[in-house]
Design a protein around this ligand. Sequence first.
Ligand SMILES: O=c1[nH]cnc2c1ncn2[C@H]1C[C@H](O)[C@@H](CO)O1
Length: 394
Amino acid sequence: MHIIARRAATGIGSPVLTSLCTSRLTGTRRLYTMADSDHTVFNKPKVELHVHLDGAIRVQTILDVAKRRGITLPTDTEEELTQKIALEKPSTLTAFLEKFNEYMHVVAGDREAIKRIAYEFVEDKAKEGVIYVEVRYSPHFLANTQVEPIPWNQTEGNLSPDEVVHLVNEGLSEGERAFNIKARSILCCMRHMPSWSMDVVELCKKYRHEGVVAIDLAGDESLNCLANPGHRRAYEEAERCGIHRTVHAGEVGPASVVKEAVEVLKAERIGHGYRTLEDEGLYRKLLAQNMHFEVCPVSSKLTGACDPDFTKHPIITFMKDKANYSLNTDDPLILNSNLHLDYSTVHRYMGFTEEEFKRLNICSAESCFLPDEEKKELLDRLYEAYGMMTSTAF
Ligand SMILES: O=c1[nH]cnc2c1ncn2[C@H]1C[C@H](O)[C@@H](CO)O1
């Protein structure tokens, strides 16, 4: 018999951190190279809770699919297409979301592409040292039938949002087996499309035993801050059926959107949530409730959600207050980033230590949407990898 006991990690407070490659943040942008990826500030198992599948597609995959389908793109080189898609400098969330127009028409409606994207996503996360990921997407945005309006100027086909979820589930499960990590998904309602939201919750219910763990509300908060009744009804149904709930709120929208997410939509986690800090009372209340904030450092700069000066970033307050939050990429394709860049950014500009990286990953595991037993297994893997577990046989 074994007794498992947690203890403080050894060597914490003294960051074992290697040098960084930060030219992408401070100077001219350039593509990631293998050398960049070697500069890892936290080379230990990680948990990622906020990343969009359709914002995490490989550029080469877009080129391959376009070629196979006979779709013309403005360029056929990986480097040039990356430059076309990637956001160059701090902008607005609206401009950021427009970047999806550059390539979504290539992959939407294509069964092979959707499954491939999901599979490759798992491989990319495994390479970043992620052992558990929750990836989100809008099934409607990848469909070309049973969706009104049909997105991305597609002509009507025969791929429904339901089949999209099935294909993503297949790609993720094959990826899990091939790369030995765990991947679950979150289905997104879109703020500007309340008429899709009931479908989304029904898909969450249908596929809850095939990898779908939660519902989300994404899209442009700056265009419409109030939760439309369509979203509200979907979230009520989610709560009634025990479907987990997260909501993009307080990214660019005011603290009142966060309040609404928590009080009306019964969100269990907040996507981004930076502007919660503008309402001291709300922030203190959420801290006391141990609310989880899914923060995305690199994204928050390029979407214009936060001051581009990272030394003034709200995440510093979260860190100092020992808040419950995770570090995430959000949309690495559009940000031309990866998870290492988020970790190196907060280390370099915000003073994050190895100890904090361990703590926030444990918070992430505790706040993930896995069932209790699987959550415990995930936590045990982290405690062990972080040297926070003793196993005493007797
Ligand atoms: O950072 C974001 N904020 C709000 N919505 C976003 C963000 N990144 C991606 N999205 C939207 C665009 C995607 O097509 C959609 C589903 O993944 O979610």
